[in-house]
Design a protein around this ligand. Structure first.
Ligand SMILES: [Zn+2]
Ligand SMILES: [Zn+2]
Length: 504
């Protein structure tokens, strides 16, 4: 594709353009490392207090443009201001305050306008408020052109590169869809994104996904807020909202066509395939809610999706817990999840507050972080979160208490598997299960096999940090086992993901 570029040759003295790695073509890449080309030039006293235009060509179908500029002579007080024009209009100005700018349909560096990236001749504007006589300042502008508009900088760049368990909330709404909060005078208003982000930060969460109904307009706010909230990962998710069910999407930040004309899996697969092909995941929301005038299109009506299309199911939704009073309610996603597991699919259970009012106090059911989903991530990044959900090393802390923890581990002879993994059952059927629980003194552990409670296996928790080992005789044909923790009143407080049982 790049071979069709036209390179402009402006002035021999001040500008030279060098195509870089022209043989590679523009990829659907997720990591920016090699520029598509580099514009180089020199500035002298002749450019003092002028605006130098550096043209470059953008081909069709580019979804993200990123420009990184560096220059010499700063010690001699050379200063270069940056601005940008597309073939039709002025796109922004950042003066001397930034050396990297990025634009897509959904988001742009503050100072620049997001929107379509028209093909044709663009101009990088170099304002030169100062350059001393006799000084030659060399500048270099690396241009990155991408066909995928995912916010790569945040998609790949970790907030924390340490591996570990991270706590967050995967489902909430701001004023970009139907989330609201109160104005200074107490009026109910569409809630600005920063209020939701601030509330989540106050709760000490490590990550949140803001999941607006079909909209992508929050991505720009999150990209700006992420720099200020540099301890909490902000994920621009989406709640794909159809007439036949809702599902969250994590990963892609560009438009996904949600308009299904019937509830067939063929219709659903169209948009789900787009999400999966972009490295994202699909997670079914509040599957058990009856669809009707009380909640239009809320229940999940899409059947027969091929294995691997859906990565997770929201089994506990804060909004439903609030209305029904229970995490066990049949309106939750348990039935859907168990059905998918029993059909042999590996789908991870997650929770989400589905919060629509940022200022709800944290002890209130359905507040941000109530429930919390805890994910083992290789690093705290969007990719780390998505990989973590896929791996099944995930549990749900229903009340969002930061001191509660659960993990399970299993062995069969020399075989072993952690939560989310497959345990190979060899010739012997004896399985040893180990459950590690914290912050649940006085509670009890329930074991669930293929959706059925094994009541004779229930164990009580006698220490704040408890490790319970139990032997279980594998019943041929069993597919999976997971664990629930209930407090002394029988209230569900922690839910593990399964260990999958595989008999060869
Ligand atoms: Zn919904
Ligand atoms: Zn929602």
């Amino acid at each position: 594709m790049r071979s069709t570029f036209i390179f402009f040759y402006i002035s021999i003295n001040i500008l030279m353009l060098f195509p870089v790695a022209a043989q590679q073509g523009i990829q659907n890449k997720t990591i920016i490392n090699t520029p598509d080309y580099v514009l180089k030039g020199e500035l002298t006293i002749e450019n003092y207090q002028t605006y130098v235009e550096v043209p470059f060509e953008v081909p069709i179908d580019i979804k993200r443009l990123t420009i990184e500029v560096s220059y010499s002579g700063k010690d001699q007080r050379t200063t270069i201001d940056l601005g940008l024009e597309d073939p039709k209009k002025f796109r922004g100005w950042s003066g001397g305050s930034k050396n990297k700018i990025t634009l897509s349909m959904e988001d742009a560096t503050p100072g620049y306008l997001p929107g379509e990236l028209p093909s044709g001749k663009w101009k990088l504007l170099l304002g030169v408020p100062n350059i001393r006589k006799g000084i030659v300042s060399k500048y270099e502008a690396s241009i990155y052109l991408e066909k995928n508009s995912a916010i790569t900088e945040f998609f790949d760049k970790p907030i924390n590169s340490k591996e570990g368990w991270y706590r967050g909330d995967l489902h909430m709404h701001t004023g970009n869809s139907d989330g609201n909060c109160l104005s200074q005078s107490g009026q109910k208003i569409p809630c600005p994104v920063y209020r939701t982000v601030e509330a989540a930060a106050e709760r000490g969460l490590d990550f949140i996904a803001i999941t607006e109904h079909n909209a992508t307009s929050h991505a720009n706010s999150l990209r700006e807020l992420q720099t200020a909230f540099d301890k909490m990962l902000l994920v621009a998710g989406r709640e794909i909202t159809t007439f036949y069910g809702h599902a969250n999407v994590y990963g892609p930040t560009d438009f996904i066509d949600f308009r299904m004309s019937d509830s067939s899996s063929m219709q659903a697969k169209k948009w789900m395939d787009v999400v999966n092909s972009k490295g994202g995941i699909v997670s079914i929301n509040h599957a058990g809610v009856p669809s009707g005038e009380a909640c239009m299109g809320c229940g999940w009506q899409i059947e027969d999706l091929p294995n691997g299309t859906v990565s997770s199911v929201e089994i506990i939704n804060g909004g439903i817990m609030k209305v029904s009073g229970s995490a066990d309610s049949p309106f939750q996603g348990w039935k859907q999840w168990y059905k998918m597991l029993n059909s042999g699919q590996y789908v991870t259970a997650i929770g989400g507050s589905d919060n629509h009012t940022a200022e709800s106090k944290k002890e209130i059911v359905g507040a941000i972080g109530y429930p919390t989903t805890v994910i083992f991530m290789k690093e705290l990044s969007v990719k780390g979160m998505i990989d973590g959900i896929r791996s099944g090393r995930v549990f749900i802390d229903i009340e969002g208490k930061s001191d509660r923890f659960i993990d399970i581990f299993s062995t069969n002879g020399n075989e072993e598997a952690k939560m989310g993994e497959k345990l190979n059952i060899t010739s012997k059927n004896e399985i040893q299960l180990t459950v590690s629980v914290e912050g649940a003194l006085g509670a009890s552990i329930e074991f669930i096999v293929d959706g059925a409670l094994q009541s004779e296996m229930t164990q009580s928790i006698k220490k704040n940090k408890e490790i319970v080992k139990i032997d279980w005789q594998y019943v041929p044909g069993s597919k999976w086992i997971h664990v629930k923790i209930r407090d002394e009143n029988g209230k569900l407080i922690l839910v593990s993901n399964p260990i999958y049982l595989v008999k060869n």
